[in-house]
Design a protein around this ligand. Structure first.
Ligand SMILES: C[S@@+](CC[C@H](N)C(=O)[O-])C[C@H]1O[C@@H](n2cnc3c(N)ncnc32)[C@H](O)[C@@H]1O
Length: 275
């Protein structure tokens, strides 16, 4: 079967699960044939071998169950860079690039920043900060051993392993005592009773649900900052968490700033706890 026939045959199948069926078929073709989009569009009459065809059919079959594209190709793009991803670890979202930028804006002014990332997942935040900041030292923690394994792989792929200590830890439990300048985190922040869209159902629950209200882990991390005397907390949050969190921040007289994501939803904050 030719490339153009594969596209026309599978468009209607993928229309059921995605708004961009053609793009996704091209992604699978590129993944199987190891060719880029331009090659694929210029070689529409290329005839796939039997095994290539089988592989494409497997991709389409999996995707038709709402299984995420990134878990099929084991690749994800974040901050213009390619990272590895696999089942069992949260797929990075584009809005988390904003959190990297917010943390970077503060850290670039500190000579040798020493920070902790809570809930590193695939390691994208720590890896990007380590790529952008020369003298940074990061402790990146997660409760999911599979995530830490992947985060190590991604740090190594981007040559920043020497700047990041990966630690299996529930919040700060196994983090060694030191003076840290910042905690950065994209913690689980969805309320436990929220009904997830079908594609998100394949992602690990411990990466998504933050408690009955959703912001419980965020509040736990604020308390860690207080107890450990950490000046900055940069955090992603749910679109409906600005009000309850700002109440806590105001009660304590802290300086803070919320930021919105690319769709205009409240998505995170930078909190400065002490002078
Ligand atoms: C929303 S994901 C973020 C992953 C990654 N940082 C990103 O932005 O794509 C949250 C991560 O926090 C981890 N996590 C959940 N509870 C935790 C806890 N109590 N202590 C440490 N990590 C935790 C999850 O395993 C998951 O990898």
């Amino acid at each position: 079967m030719k490339i153009k026939d594969i596209i026309s045959k599978n468009l209607s199948v993928l229309k059921e699960v995605t708004d961009i069926p053609q793009k996704e078929i091209y992604i699978f073709l590129g993944f199987i044939l190891e060719k880029d989009f331009i090659w694929l569009t210029l070689n529409q009459d290329y005839e796939l071998s039997f095994s290539q065809l089988q592989k494409i059919n497997d991709c389409i079959k999996k995707r038709a169950t709402h299984y995420p594209v990134e878990y099929i190709t084991n690749r994800v793009s974040f901050y213009g860079e390619e990272f590895n991803i696999y089942d069992g670890v949260l797929i990075p979202r584009p809005e988390t690039e904003l959190l990297v930028d917010k943390a970077y804006d503060i850290l670039k002014e500190i000579t040798s920043p020493n920070i902790v990332e809570i809930g590193t997942g695939s390691g994208i935040i720590s890896t990007m900060l380590a790529k952008k900041i020369e003298n940074i030292n990061i402790t990146a923690v997660d409760i999911n051993p599979k995530a830490l394994e992947l985060a190590k792989l991604n740090a190594s792929k981007h040559n920043v392993s020497h700047k990041i200590d990966f630690v299996l830890s529930d919040l700060f439990t196994n983090v060694k005592d030191a003076q840290y300048h910042m905690i950065v985190s994209n913690p689980p922040y969805i309320a436990n009773d929220f009904e997830l869209p079908k594609n998100v159902l394949y992602e690990p629950k411990e990466a998504l649900f933050g408690g009955n209200k959703g912001d419980e882990l965020i509040v736990d991390i604020v308390n860690i900052c207080i107890n450990k005397n950490i000046k900055y907390f940069c955090c992603e949050m749910g679109y409906d968490q600005k009000e309850p969190l700002s109440k806590i921040f105001d009660q304590n007289g802290w300086v803070y700033e919320f930021y919105s994501d690319y769709s205009g939803f409240d998505r995170g904050f930078i909190l400065r706890l002490k002078e």
